[in-house]
Structure formats: C-alpha cells, structure tokens
Design a protein around this ligand. Structure first.
Ligand code: GLN
Length: 486
C-alpha cells in the first residue's frame, strides 16, 4: 500500500478497495516503526489524521471524493497548522501552537488530504543538510550515515521512506529540489508567486516558494493544482489563471528545445553524477527533443548574490522573534535588554545567528551600497541570463546538485562548502523561475536528480517533460531498503 502513488491510491480509495482510515493506520504504523531512527517528523498527529480519514471515507461514500481525498501526506513544519505545533525547526518556536492554517494547508485540507504530521527541517529553512534543526538531523533513508539534504530534508526523507504518500516543502535557494535529488523523490519549486506564502514562516520573502514533494510528476501535478492560485492574503501571490496541470502531462516532447547550460556541467560537478544526467538527456533525445548548448554567463554570481539577499531579508523577517512579541522568552531577565539578548541568543541556533549577522551587516548604512545594492544588481544580471536563454529554448536541464548525498557532519564546519551545494538551484530562486528535480540513475546506490527549469508560469511544461521521462524510466520507482540498515 505504502509504495503506491497518489493517483493509484486515489483510484483504489474511490473503488472501495480499502478505506482512508485503513490507509492512514498503515502509515501511522510505519511512522511508529521506522521514524525513530530516520527522524523525519517533528510532530505526529495520528488522532487528528484518523478523524480526517473518517471524513474522507464519508466523502468517498457520498460520491464527493476528489483526487486527493483521503490521501495521507505530511506538511513541512514551516507551514502554520491550526492547533498543532509549528516550530520551523527552531527552539524559538518550540512551544508555538498556530492559531490558524497557512493557505497551503487550508487548500490541501479542503481538497481532502489527511495530515500525518509535520516534517523536520533546517532551522528557519536555513541549511542544505537538515543538520541545523533544533530537533536533530534527519537521516537519509538510502544510507543513514548521510544527510537527506535540506532544508526540506524531513519531507524528502519521509516520502522516500514511504512514511507518507507525499509532502509539502519550501524552496528559497533549493530546499525542495536539493533534498528531492538526494533522497530520490520528485520535487517541484513553482514560479515565485504561484503559491501563496500566507502562513508560511518567512525566511527570505522575495525568494521563498512552497511546492510539492512526491513519488512522481503525475502526483506533483495533483498537489500543485490544489496548492496554486491567487490568495488575497499574500500581496506577492500572482493573480494568474491556474491551468489544469494533469491534462498536459502526456503531451508529446517532439521538437522540445532543451538548453544545456555549460556552466552547470563544470569542473565542480561529480563526473558520475554528470554521466547519469547525460544519460537522462539521451532519453529526451529519443523522445524527440532537441538539445541546444547555452550559456548562463552570470551563474558564478548566484551563490554570492544569494548569500547577501537571503540573509538581508532574514535579518529583517526574524527580528519579530524577540521574546516579547513572538517566540521563546528567556528565564528571569534582568531588564529589557537582557530579555532581548538572551531570548534571541538562546532561541536561535548558530546558522540562523550567522545569517542574521550577515544580513544586519550588509544592510547597515556604511555597507548597503557595497553589498545589498550590488547584490540587487547582480540578481538582475542572473535573471537576464535566463530571459535570453528562454528566447532560444523551452526548458533548461542540468544536474540538481553537484554530488550525491554527503556524510552527516561532513560539511557542518565549513559553511561555504555547504552553501555550494545549491550552486545549480539558487539562480532559479533569484530569477523567480520554476524548477523540478526528478530521480535519474543512482550512483553507487545513492539517488541523483535531474533538474528541469522552465520559464515563468510554465509548471505545466516542466511537469509534462518530467512525466514523459518517468513513463520511459523506472528510477522514480526505486526505494531504499530500510530493513537492511537498521
Ligand atoms: N540551502 C540554502 C540556504 O541555506 C537554501 C535553503 C532554502 O531553500 N530554504 O539558504
């Protein structure tokens, strides 16, 4: 049961093969049995899940079931969930019970999903390995001595380990695509503004975007359908019509123009990962696509630009967690200053503090022009590269990450090496473009991701390209052998 996709399970539920309550119980038991070790979930909500499953079963009986009715999923702990702890992976919000639902949560609820719990993540979504979480690292189900990627590492690992059918994630610089790649699942970061950010705890507001993490592109289309669309509660949410993502999945790829940026196949790319990605591109050629070499000349500026823009925005967004208005409050403060200092000092972890300090520095009067303004200009150059590329090609393909999953603890002492993990994903966020990562041939038993980047609001096109590939290949069906390692 647990290896089936949303599409397969939805059909089985509607055909009465089993009930959502049975399905939900099955996943609850898997979580109890396997998650102690993997640590993919910060909070589990089994009682609530069973109540939701019962009402899904009633909807099925009444003939009111939609494609997502009764499907058990997990939500990244960055999304506010009414009545349930929403920690964002931080001690700062360890005791925060949200009084309302994020729009993403509300929309998925309305679509009838069952929520099994909230997934582990890097603290405030800052990280590429899930090791900055206050709740401890998540282990990669393919090799428990390795990281699952981050910041949506819990979501990716939960889907890979079949602890849920699907998950939500957020992507500010790669946090859906990078863990999807390292855990062998399909992860879609939509166009900036495609999905509402209301109730999604802010990291860097001009970059953050929510998206689905699933077994395959077909499922991603269904989840995105429910998540996407205008929301008056988010002023940056796009008022653009939402197409029917499932209806174009089967479209022919004959004549599709694929751009391969030479900068994404550079010396930093592990040769074995390159071989897997190149083999995937061959599949596209067989499907009738045409490959065109392109250049995104300012790619090298993406990581440095991001590490000015994202910390600047985070230093502003996280100023609300001061122990007075929001978040953890220290014990017995001497005075107001002591309360601020100790609440923030004790509530935030090292990586979050590093980002806040960098952000405050680049925004300070003396350095604003040299760093923040400069970064806004380089951000423009990066967007222009993509604009020019999309005049010649329909989609851009390349690796999602330079290597497969690295060891737990391997990069924690070297932030710059850690930051370089997102070298192929970050530019997409700076430009606001959509991107998907899907599993291709593993290297030494570890998953590898192919990234497909599309033009603005062309999620349907990249889902179509991903789905056609998955019809030709079996990589997305591979699953980790959990019995072997524990
Ligand atoms: N790894 C990047 C960072 O630490 C991206 C994180 C994200 O996309 N949320 O900022």
């Amino acid at each position: 049961m647990h290896s089936k996709s949303i599409v397969e399970l939805g059909a089985a539920l509607r055909a009465g093969e089993f009930s959502s309550v049975e399905l939900t119980r099955h996943f609850i038991q898997r979580i109890e049995r396997l998650d102690g070790d993997l640590n993919t979930l910060i909070t589990t909500t089994p009682e609530q899940a069973l109540v939701e499953a019962e009402s899904a079963d009633q909807a099925v009986k009444a003939g009111r079931a939609g494609v997502l009715t009764g499907i058990p999923i997990v939500q990244k702990d960055i999304f506010c969930t009414r009545g349930v702890k929403t920690s964002c992976g931080s001690k700062m919000l360890d005791s925060f019970i949200s009084p309302y639902d994020a729009t993403v949560v509300e929309r998925l609820r309305q679509a009838g999903v069952v929520c099994l719990g909230k997934t582990n993540m890097d603290e405030f979504a800052m990280g590429s390995s899930n090791e900055t979480s206050f709740y401890g690292p998540v282990r990669n189900p393919w090799d428990r001595e390795r990281v699952p990627g981050g910041s949506s590492g819990g979501s990716a690992a939960a889907v890979a380990a079949r602890l849920a059918v699907a998950a939500t994630g957020t992507d500010t610089g790669g946090s859906i695509r990078q863990p999807a790649a390292l855990c062998g699942v399909t992860g879609l970061k939509p166009t900036y503004g495609r999905v509402s950010r209301f109730g999604m705890i802010a990291f860097a507001s001009s970059l953050d975007q929510a998206g689905p993490m699933t077994r395959n592109a077909e499922d991603a289309a269904l989840l995105l359908q429910a998540m996407a669309g205008f929301d008056p509660k988010d002023s940056t949410c796009a008022n653009e019509a939402v197409p029917d993502y499932s209806s174009t999945l089967e479209d022919s790829l004959e004549g599709l123009k694929i751009g391969l940026p030479r900068e994404y196949f550079d010396a930093g790319l592990d040769p074995a990962v390159a071989t897997s990605v190149e083999a995937a591109i061959e599949v596209y050629k067989r499907l009738g696509a045409r490959v065109i070499d392109i250049s995104l000349p300012n790619s090298g500026l993406a990581v440095p630009t991001y590490y000015v823009v994202a910390p600047a925005e985070c230093s502003s967004n996280l100023s609300r967690f001061d122990g007075v208005r929001f978040g953890y409050r220290c014990k017995e403060p001497k005075d107001l200053e002591d309360l601020y200092k100790r609440s923030r000092g004790e509530g935030f972890g090292a990586e979050v503090k590093r980002r806040i300090m960098i952000g405050a520095y680049v925004l300070s009067a003396g350095y604003y022009d040299a760093y923040y303004l400069k970064a806004q200009k380089t951000r423009h150059l990066i967007s222009d590269d993509f604009k020019q590329a999309f005049e010649r090609v329909d989609v851009i393909m390349g690796p999602t990450t330079p290597t497969t999953a690295f060891g737990l603890g391997e990069k924690m002492d070297d932030p710059v090496t850690m930051y370089l993990n997102d070298i192929y994903t970050i530019a997409t966020n700076l430009a606001g473009l959509p991107g998907i990562s899907l599993p291709v041939e593993p290297v030494k038993g570890l998953p590898v991701g192919l990234q497909i980047i599309g033009n603005y609001f062309t999620e349907a096109k990249i889902l179509n390209a991903a789905h056609r590939f998955q019809q030709e290949t079996e990589w997305h069906r591979l699953k980790p052998d959990l019995s072997k390692q524990s």
